[in-house]
Design a protein around this ligand. Structure first.
Ligand code: M6R
Length: 368
């Protein structure tokens, strides 16, 4: 690992440094893969025949990589009619998931060394699946054993809580989903790719506007025992990543819920001052999220809402609203996650936690 890149460079913790490195990491991950006129150039890394005539696609990963997989599934379902599923790496070998020569298996791993992921990948390969790895570490075991590799260019990630590797995984998934769409249907969503190039600048804007707000908001979480993360559709995948970030860095019990499920049981847990982080960036779901949040608020929940549409009225749905810059709805997770990472970081700090090395955790889990 290059020494200069692993130093904190003035930041108090690696986690905050890595949060700030996200715009460059995304730019580096896009570089060479999208041309000046938004044309995709992935054929060198991913042979065309690997993504054509597919019966199904399976994502495999653990933790944050699993959450990136949920994002990937959503995109592929938007852009193709191929059946897509997501499996925990630790579960896949023990399930009868349909896998054959017409299955594309997308294995996501920052380290490329996670034992569960490696075992699942080998099990899928043994059934004939074509293995495409998305990893950050050149020459890692997963990279070496896969049929094809798409590297994230996040640079070394030191903090145990993954931040920049995650947004780079999302970046690769945007490119890959567009590529699979193009190879199968002869066209792809150019608007999304155009917007993807603007995400680095929008992350900078988001941090500039809200870092201070989140630093003070973290005080509300200082003595918390639980927090709920709510989202619908793509926002639910982001909510899962948000709760993991908070849980692993602050030891606060976090639970992610699909917003529509709140009334089917969990609403019983909503009482005065229960902390809720809610996401409502997906245009077709905003009104429904607002409706359920209003109900949670009348029951006393303390709600932080991350939204995108500035024309909507959120006054009865949240105590505090943070608006992300406008972008393609499928890319909103790349902005909301930065807010949730920053909230987790400052909460861990205010609670006196070991931010970069949370208790009981290691960066790469090499045992099953
Ligand atoms: O290196 P990997 O991406 O395979 O690691 C998978 C998980 O162990 C990892 O994402 C873990 O959940 C992180 N600590 C999350 O921040």
């Amino acid at each position: 690992m290059c020494e200069i890149q692993t130093k904190k460079q003035g930041y108090e913790h690696f986690m905050l440094k890595e949060i700030y490195e996200q715009p460059k990491a995304i730019t580096d991950t896009i570089a060479g893969r999208v041309g000046a006129n938004n044309e995709l150039d992935l054929t060198g890394e991913i042979p065309k025949n690997m993504v054509k005539n597919l019966e199904n696609i399976i994502f495999i990963g653990c933790g944050t990589a699993y959450h990136a997989s949920l994002f990937g599934k959503h995109l592929l379902e938007e852009y193709t009619d191929i059946y897509v599923s997501v499996e925990f790496a630790s579960e896949y070998p023990y399930k009868k998931v349909r896998t054959n020569e017409r299955t594309l298996v997308i294995v996501i791993s920052q380290s490329g060394e996670t034992a569960d992921t490696l075992s699942a990948m080998r099990a899928a390969a043994a059934k004939g699946g074509k293995i495409l790895a998305i990893t950050n570490v050149v020459g890692s075991t997963i990279a070496r054993e896969a049929d094809a590799v798409m590297y994230t260019h996040a640079g070394p990630e030191v903090a145990v809580a993954s931040t920049k590797a995650y947004v780079c995984q999302l970046t690769c998934l945007c490119l890959l989903a567009a590529y699979i769409q193009e190879q199968n249907y002869g066209r792809f969503d150019q608007d999304m790719i155009k917007e993807l190039k603007l995400i680095p600048e929008k992350i900078n804007q988001t941090l500039a506007v809200y870092e201070g707000t989140l630093e003070s908001y973290a005080n509300r979480f200082r003595d918390a025992g639980d927090a709920f993360f709510l989202g619908r559709g793509l926002d639910y995948a982001s909510a899962m990543e948000g709760q993991l970030k908070l849980k692993e860095t602050t030891y606060i019990h976090g639970e992610a819920l699909a917003g529509g499920e709140l009334r089917h049981g969990p609403m019983a847990l909503i009482e005065p001052d229960v902390l809720v982080v809610a996401l409502a960036t997906q245009p077709e779901l905003v009104d429904k999220m607002v409706s359920v949040l209003k109900e949670a608020k009348t029951r006393g929940a303390d709600i932080l809402l991350l939204a995108m549409d500035k024309e909507k009225d959120y006054s009865e749905a949240a105590d505090k609203v943070l608006l992300i810059p406008e972008t393609h709805p499928l890319l909103a997770p790349m902005l909301t996650v930065v807010l949730m990472q920053t909230l987790a970081y400052y909460t861990a700090k205010v609670r006196g936690c070991d931010v970069d090395k949370p208790r009981n955790l290691v960066k790469s889990v090499t045992v099953e």
